[in-house]
Design a protein around this ligand. Structure first.
Ligand SMILES: *[C@@H]1O[C@H](CO)[C@@H](O)[C@H](O)[C@H]1NC(C)=O
Ligand SMILES: *[C@@H]1O[C@H](CO)[C@@H](O)[C@H](O)[C@H]1NC(C)=O
Ligand SMILES: *[C@@H]1O[C@H](CO)[C@@H](O)[C@H](O)[C@H]1NC(C)=O
Length: 425
């Protein structure tokens, strides 16, 4: 647009001086105003007041009209897209997080709500969910000042962020110049070389990417997330990653100490016998998954398309096809180097030895490990608290020890209740 002729503007509306507008289409709005002001002296007081008010309104209208034009004529930046990988502990979400993080278009953060929970360790998941939701919204909008509430005051490094090295974006320009942005970067190597970058780099890195992806395990209902799904300043898609609760249970047994604080927050005020706690935690997690799916099914179709369900077992059975579908769903290109990387992972060829906690070949075996390592009594008790969620997600329950250990029985149902939801999407 071009600047208005100042003389012309002063005659009609001093307040419009200096505003950049499109030159076309302006004069029809300006000229009637001139006549308006010219006749003002001839009118009575009352009418004069009305006319002044009216002209103010016209000026306001004109101003908004022109600023609207101004926005339209500005070069349109592509709107950033937002993805929430919604999951639970020990459900393969680090692996899925890496699939996003290694994409050059993606700024990724892993479990930022850890900072909220670790600030309020005596609170409950229910009480903290709105704070977590608001943290997510700020992160999606690349406003990292939100972490001021959860970190010590004073200058900090990007390494103050929980699991920052899992984010390729924080290991490559503009955050860190050591690695190029379009290659697979090992978190181990990144941690060694990029930990001294100032915290301001997090915001810079976020703003320089077209996707902001966050993985989070600390939601148990859609209630808190609903406002994000409908927020016009966001373009949010949810990838809901679930895993067979029996495999999750087994994995949690091996990481009880690591998960202690989180489990305490999940269980809230309940005082339970120690042996009942793992089942109570799983019951809350399974109920959360069921509630989220039911809430999605109750949404209008347009919002349902913003949600996709993914089973970890499907991913480890066919990582290339599932990754390809997941990228396509959110609109990311499955670039050649990413295809080779995922292919390598399926062959057990991680880069740099133990760069990642999981590779797909081990994952396939591990996803079955509960069948020979959990006693049937535990499986049975777990199926009692998680049965509804398992039925909904297509995890077939076993009715005996014999069925449990018989590996020729496939316990993954090929069709599940949600198919009609995500085939539309
Ligand atoms: C895949 O594996 C091959 C052979 O080990 C290796 O040369 C290549 O760098 C790997 N590619 C990626 C992207 O990991
Ligand atoms: C799967 O894991 C079990 C136990 O860790 C092991 O005995 C078995 O050989 C593994 N199978 C494969 C195909 O890797
Ligand atoms: C295992 O399951 C298969 C398929 O249902 C069945 O044919 C077979 O007899 C079972 N084996 C045992 C030992 O129960």
């Amino acid at each position: 647009g071009s600047t208005l002729n100042p003389g012309n503007v002063t005659a009609c509306s001093p307040s419009l001086q200096g505003i950049e507008v499109e030159s076309s289409g302006l004069s029809p709005s300006v000229c009637p105003l001139k006549a308006f002001f010219f006749h003002r002296m001839l009118l009575s007081r009352k009418a004069r007041l009305l006319v002044i008010l009216g002209s103010q309104m016209v000026l306001f209208g004109l101003f908004f009209h022109m600023s609207g034009h101004n926005f339209l004529s500005r070069k349109q930046e592509p709107k950033p897209k937002h993805v929430l990988v919604l999951s639970s502990w020990r459900s393969g979400s680090s692996f899925v997080g890496q699939l996003f993080s290694q994409h050059p278009d993606v700024f990724y953060l892993m479990e930022p709500a850890w900072h909220v929970w670790m600030t309020f360790t005596h609170s409950t998941a229910q009480r903290l969910q709105m704070a977590v939701r608001d943290l997510l919204r700020s992160i999606f909008l690349c406003d990292m000042s939100v972490f001021d509430a959860y970190m010590n005051p004073g200058p900090r490094k990007q390494s103050s962020l929980f699991q920052w090295e899992q984010s390729r974006a924080l290991c490559s320009p503009p955050a860190c110049d050591v690695f190029p942005g379009d290659m697979i970067i090992s978190p181990v190597h990144c941690k060694a070389l990029c930990s001294r970058q100032p915290f301001e780099m997090v915001e810079k890195a976020c703003r320089s990417h077209s996707y902001v992806v966050v993985k989070e395990v600390r939601f148990f209902s859609l209630q808190a997330l609903y406002p994000l799904l409908t927020d016009p300043s966001l373009d949010l898609h949810i990838v809901h990653l679930v895993r067979d609760p029996r495999a999750v249970f087994r994995s949690r047994e091996h990481t009880t100490a690591e998960l202690m604080i989180d489990s305490h927050i999940v269980l809230g005020q309940h005082t339970l016998k120690e042996k009942d706690q793992p089942y109570a935690a799983m019951q809350i997690i399974c109920k959360g998954q069921k509630d989220i799916i039911k809430a999605i099914q109750a949404l209008p179709k347009a919002l349902q398309r913003r949600y996709v369900l993914m089973r970890y077992e499907d991913l480890v059975r066919d990582p290339l096809a599932q990754t390809s579908q997941m990228y396509e769903y959110v609109g990311l290109k499955f670039l050649p180097h990413l295809q080779t990387w995922v292919y390598n992972l399926t062959r057990g060829k991680g880069m740099g030895g133990h760069a990642f906690h999981t590779n797909a070949r081990d994952a396939l075996n591990v996803s079955q490990a509960w069948r020979w390592s959990l006693p049937y009594e535990k499986v049975s008790q777990l199926q009692q608290v998680c049965g509804d969620a398992m039925d909904l997600l297509g995890y077939i329950q076993v009715r005996s020890q014999q069925e449990q250990v018989n590996l020729s029985l496939d316990l993954l149902s090929s069709s599940n209740a949600l198919e009609h939801v995500y085939q539309d999407g």
